[in-house]
Design a protein. Sequence first.
Length: 246
Amino acid sequence: MQASLYVTLSAQMALEQRLNTVATNVANLGTAGYRAEEVKFETILSEAGGREVAFTTPGETFLSRKAGPLIKTDSPLDVGVQGDGWLAVRGPGGPVYTRDGRMQVTAAGDLQDLSGRPILDPGGSPLTVDPEGPPITIGQDAIISQGTNQIGALGVFRLDPAAKLTRVAGGAVASDRPGQPILDFNQRDATTVRVQQGFQEGANVNPVMEMSRLIEITRTFQNAAAAVAETESSLQDAIRGLGPSA
């Protein structure tokens, strides 16, 4: 009986973790470049009364690699990345990566993201433009030009599929493995990466799916709570039955 109680409680802990990820995803539906959180659950086995009992661990969160939709903005300082590429900005401890391609230019000509972090080139150096120069154009190969002058290139990086991504401030992610700069944009296969000026990437969150998950989690949690209450009631009955008779 206690084993069933522990199993139910472990399920409730896992459901709470799922609920937190759903709430985070729904709260970021309008966040540019946001990558949804997912949860990977594991089951562990334990011996109870001579038989195996399966327990669900609370689960480990990870970030979805699925791309969000590209939304047309027509702003020359907005870029969206098609394919599995990430822009790089300078974080406190080194480069961090983002799919939010909304940029700004300071009075000194520094190219920054909307959080004020320097945008990096393929070599990891901050980019600068002429704040008084012609309009900025950015090619699909990430080359930045002003008029006829090529002034640099956006750093677009590919992250190792096995890398652990950790969310940091400003919608970016830190990777436990350094990103590799993409230098050849002429590949014509599943790994093709393109930079689209005048677009921004929306969140890769499906609101209908997240609301369906929320309803499912709520119902399952209610069922688990009812099972816990029933088990506790049975335990109390058993204890009373073992007590001294009048």
